[in-house]
Each structure stands twice: as structure tokens, then as C-alpha cells.
Design a protein around this ligand. Structure first.
Ligand SMILES: CC(C)(COP(=O)(O)OP(=O)(O)OC[C@H]1O[C@@H](n2cnc3c(N)ncnc32)[C@H](O)[C@@H]1OP(=O)(O)O)[C@@H](O)C(=O)NCCC(=O)NCCS
Length: 240
């Protein structure tokens, strides 16, 4: 038994195999990083005052697309929340930015926490100064999603400007509009696992309660909750 194990070990896991395996892995990693770096260099536009920090686990797929940062910095997968440290961890919850014929425009300082996904096809996504998007949130754009200044997205928020599939009656009439842009004003707080669906506008200072699904536009300074989201409080303020 001992002899057999020894034989197996030396055959498959000898020092030469281990060194070869590590080397192969290293070369593959460097090759992949170089590939990503080359495509990022082509796709990222920074003005003189701007910077970008990207956690190395971030996955990019940028086809004919641009990430533009103006007057600030974009952090991708680097920061994480004080109250939920460890729930989303950049080592296992990587950010993913997949864009085709699209633009991600960052104006000022914006942070995307670990596990944030931005997916855009033929679309424009704008995120403004002071906005933080917590782990596991998804922004899925087929047209136009604008997020104002100083907004806070809790974990697992979903903002999508499209249904993904068309609905029609048996007679073949179209039922849903399919794709309509979304605008989120300044200083909005979107609670954990809330969703904002197509064609909606959240005016300034809107609060969306945890788990709410926003299907209609919301007036400024309102708190909405439930499915579909309804105003439950008016003239409310939130602070960071
Ligand atoms: C938005 C929020 C802070 C509002 O809290 P609040 O002002 O104390 O609300 P209240 O507890 O007074 O609730 C008011 C009413 O709304 C209901 N309500 C509260 N939160 C709700 C929710 N998420 N979904 C549905 N209804 C909700 C309450 O049951 C209550 O109903 P009633 O008047 O029939 O009794 C809270 O609802 C919430 O979502 N907290 C979690 C926020 C979050 O995701 N934080 C992550 C850190 S970034």
C-alpha cells in the first residue's frame, strides 16, 4: 500500500511536475492580464485630473466600448462596506463590466464594491460624483441609465432599463415597451435587494426600501416600499 502510494506520488506530483504546473499557471495568468490590460488601455479614457483603480479580479469584456472618467476617480472592486465587510469579498466576488457598443461615463468619484456587475449593450450608463454601489448590485442597460450624485446603492440592488424579452398578445400585438431609459436623481438611497425597472425616474432624495420593486416614477423626498413600490412617507431625508 505504502509502496503503491509512493509510486503514484512520484509519478504525478514530483517536483518537476509541480514546477512545470506553477510555471504554466504563471505564464497563463500573465498572458491573460496582458490581454486585459491591452483592451483596457484602448477603452479607458481619463482626463488629466482623473484616476482609475481596479481590483485584479475584475473581469472586463469591452467590445467597441469606452469607460470615460472625468474630474475624479473610479474604484472597481476595491472598497467594501463597513457594516457588511466580508459578505462581498473581492477575492471571490469579482466585479464584471461587460459592454458592447456602449459607454460608461463616470463624473467625479465613484466606487463600485466587489461583486458589482455592469452590463451594457448599445447603451450609455452615467454615474455621478459621490455615488457608491454596494456589493452584488447589477446595472443592466440596453438604452440609458443615469445615476445622480451622492447616491447609495445597498447590496444586491438591480437597475435594469429593459425586460429582456418582448411580450405580445395571441393576436401578435406588442404588450410591453421592452426598453426605456432610467434616471435616478441626486442623493437617492436604494435599499438592499430593491429593483428599479424600465422607464422610471427617481427624483432627488428618493429612498427605496429594502426589497421594493420600483415600476413607476417617484417624486423627490419620498420613501417608497413594497411590490410594486408605493409612497409610504413624504418629505423624508436620509443621511450617510
Ligand atoms: C427604508 C427604511 C429605512 C424605512 O424605515 P422606516 O422609516 O423606519 O419605516 P417604518 O418601519 O416606519 O415602516 C413604515 C411602514 O412601511 C412598511 N415597510 C417598512 N419597510 C418596508 C419594506 N422594506 N417593504 C415593505 N414595507 C415596508 C412598514 O411595515 C410600515 O407599514 P405600516 O405603516 O402598515 O405599519 C426601511 O424600510 C428599510 O428598507 N431598511 C433597510 C435599508 C437597507 O437596505 N439598508 C442597507 C444599508 S445601505
Amino acid at each position: 500500500m505504502g509502496k503503491a502510494r509512493k509510486k503514484l506520488t512520484s509519478k504525478y506530483y514530483g517536483p518537476a511536475q509541480i514546477i512545470y504546473g506553477r510555471l504554466f499557471y504563471l505564464v497563463k495568468r500573465v498572458h491573460n492580464k496582458w490581454h486585459t490590460y491591452k483592451s483596457l488601455r484602448r477603452s479607458i479614457q481619463l482626463d488629466e485630473k482623473s484616476t482609475i483603480g481596479i481590483h485584479h479580479s475584475t473581469m472586463f469584456n469591452l467590445s467597441n466600448s469606452k469607460i470615460i472618467v472625468r474630474n475624479g476617480s473610479l474604484k472597481v472592486g476595491i472598497d467594501f462596506g463597513y457594516f457588511d465587510g466580508g459578505v462581498y469579498d473581492s477575492r471571490k466576488d469579482n466585479c464584471r463590466i461587460y459592454m458592447v457598443n456602449s459607454t460608461l461615463e463616470i463624473e467625479g468619484n465613484v466606487s463600485l464594491f466587489p461583486g458589482v456587475v455592469i452590463s451594457a449593450i448599445n447603451a450609455k450608463v452615467t454615474i455621478k460624483d459621490g455615488t457608491t454601489i454596494n456589493g452584488g448590485s447589477h446595472i443592466i442597460a440596453l438604452k440609458d441609465i443615469e445615476i445622480g450624485q451622492n447616491c447609495l446603492f445597498a447590496q444586491g440592488v438591480m437597475v435594469r432599463d429593459n425586460d429582456g424579452h418582448k411580450l405580445s398578445t395571441e393576436a401578435g400585438e406588442e404588450v410591453n415597451m421592452g426598453i426605456e431609459g432610467i434616471r435616478i436623481g441626486n442623493h437617492c438611497w436604494l435599499g438592499q435587494k430593491s429593483m428599479v425597472l424600465k422607464g422610471t425616474e427617481l427624483k432627488d432624495n428618493v429612498i427605496v426600501a429594502a426589497g421594493a420593486i420600483v415600476t413607476k416614477s417617484v417624486e423627490a423626498n419620498s420613501l417608497v416600499a413594497g411590490i410594486p413600490a408605493k409612497v409610504i412617507k413624504e418629505n423624508v431625508k436620509w443621511s450617510a
